[in-house]
Design a protein around this ligand. Structure first.
Ligand code: PLP
Length: 395
């Protein structure tokens, strides 16, 4: 047998020491969380891990605004989006999907793939969904589920989940909400807003690496989960996960280290205080937006309220958003996002969530200014940082 020794791996060496992860998720993970990720792997059925799961769920409840069990999955956000639909859809039956950006479109694609009849409330990207349009649509048909994204990361707009939830509550439909990029950064009240199935994930405002998907199911939601048939589910069957969660367990082997990291991140969130965490997200988002506008980048969304966790700027004519993103990365090691699909090249997106400080925002704005200059524009030196400083001083 000819054994060939592979060349030395160099992947880790490609990460610059000053690498700055400034995406709308995943977000940078604080030192304390990274230390927890390095703890010994525990037995996923042992008493130590059961305590960690129980405390993690207990710390997630106020973040999600629920008294219910938290189902913990090894999954990305899309994994639990798919899980939510697999647990409520019966092929051939109608679901209503409110689409105000990329993630609503993703829900529609998943639902169609499962054989549901998909009706849409289509919202101009950058606008917030109008609850009246949902009310009108709900009068036309009996839906099995109504689906909405809380914080649309593609556009930086927040949907009025409380208002839509009040409408869905009057029907037999279950209300499925994605707060993958909202939870932990903006207010979320699963129980009070009538959310029947919440899906969220670890890697955004919850300050953990990607890999944990969260689900909360109401009693009404569970009744529909019991009735749904025709879409195969096993790992993601909520009927299996719910009794496990009630015992502070997961139905199958949990990503133990990630749960340890999430425990540490939630401890930090509660030490700061949830209200303070939300206020910090709001203040830093406002500061970044003020700075971007001063640098000549208009705010993309026209709808309100603007997201505190994701800031989206339109790119002036003649400038390519993808070039800004690439240059920030290669020259300043600062990783932000463009947007695929219909906004490609037209917007740039920053995360303003998780372990973020005023210093991070100032650095963003300085590098953004440098990038615009490197690309041939003439922003006034310091104008972005000055505008952000005004917001921070007033807060
Ligand atoms: N929903 C929203 C609002 C998101 O922002 C994202 C990811 O950016 C997802 C769902 C999908 O999550 P993931 O990329 O973890 O699959």
């Amino acid at each position: 047998m000819n054994i060939v020794t592979p060349p030395p791996a160099t992947g880790l060496a490609t990460i610059p020491p000053d690498y700055r992860l400034r995406l709308p998720g995943p977000t940078s993970v604080p030192e304390r969380v990274r230390a927890a990720l390095m703890l010994p792997v525990l037995s996923h059925r042992g008493p130590e891990f059961r305590t960690v799961v129980g405390e993690t769920a207990q710390m997630l409840r106020p973040v999600f605004g629920t008294q219910r069990d938290i189902l913990i999955y090894a999954a990305s956000g899309t994994g639990v989006m798919e899980a939510a639909l697999a647990n409520v859809i019966t092929p051939g039956e109608p679901v209503l999907i409110i689409i105000h950006g990329q993630f609503g479109e993703r829900f529609a694609a998943i639902a169609e793939g499962m054989g549901a009849v998909v009706d849409r409330v289509a919202v101009e990207w950058g606008e917030a969904p109008d609850p009246e349009a949902v009310r009108t649509q709900l009068k036309k048909r009996n839906y099995r589920a109504v689906v909405c994204v809380h914080n649309e990361s593609a556009t930086g707009v927040v949907a009025d989940i409380a208002a839509i939830g009040a409408l869905v509550r009057e029907t037999d439909a279950v209300f499925v909400v994605d707060s993958v990029s909202g939870a932990g950064g903006i207010e979320l009240q699963v129980d009070a807003w009538g959310i029947d199935i919440l899906v969220s994930a670890s890697q955004k405002a919850l300050m953990c690496p990607p890999g944990l998907g969260y689900v909360v199911v109401s009693a009404k939601g569970m009744a529909t989960v019991e009735k749904a048939s025709g879409v195969p589910r096993f790992y993601f069957d909520f009927r299996r996960a719910q009794p496990a969660a009630a015992k502070d367990e997961t139905s199958f082997t949990a990503p133990v280290s990630l749960v340890l990291g999430q425990h540490a991140a939630l401890t930090m969130i509660h030490e700061e205080g949830l209200a303070n965490v939300f206020a910090r997200h709001r203040r830093l988002g406002e500061a970044l937006r003020a700075g971007g506008v001063a640098l000549g980048l208009p705010i993309f969304p026209t709808g309100r309220p603007l997201s505190a966790t994701v800031s989206v700027f339109a790119v002036p004519d003649g400038v390519d958003g993808i070039a800004i993103v690439r240059h920030l990365h290669t020259r300043y090691h600062t990783v932000i996002a463009s947007q695929r699909g219909k906004l490609s090249g037209k917007v740039i997106r920053f995360g303003t969530m998780g372990a973020l400080s005023a210093g991070d925002i100032m650095t963003d704005l300085h590098y953004l200014e440098c990038t615009l200059r490197d690309l041939g524009l003439s922003p006034e030196p310091g104008v972005g940082c000055a505008a952000a400083a005004q917001v921070l001083a007033a807060a």
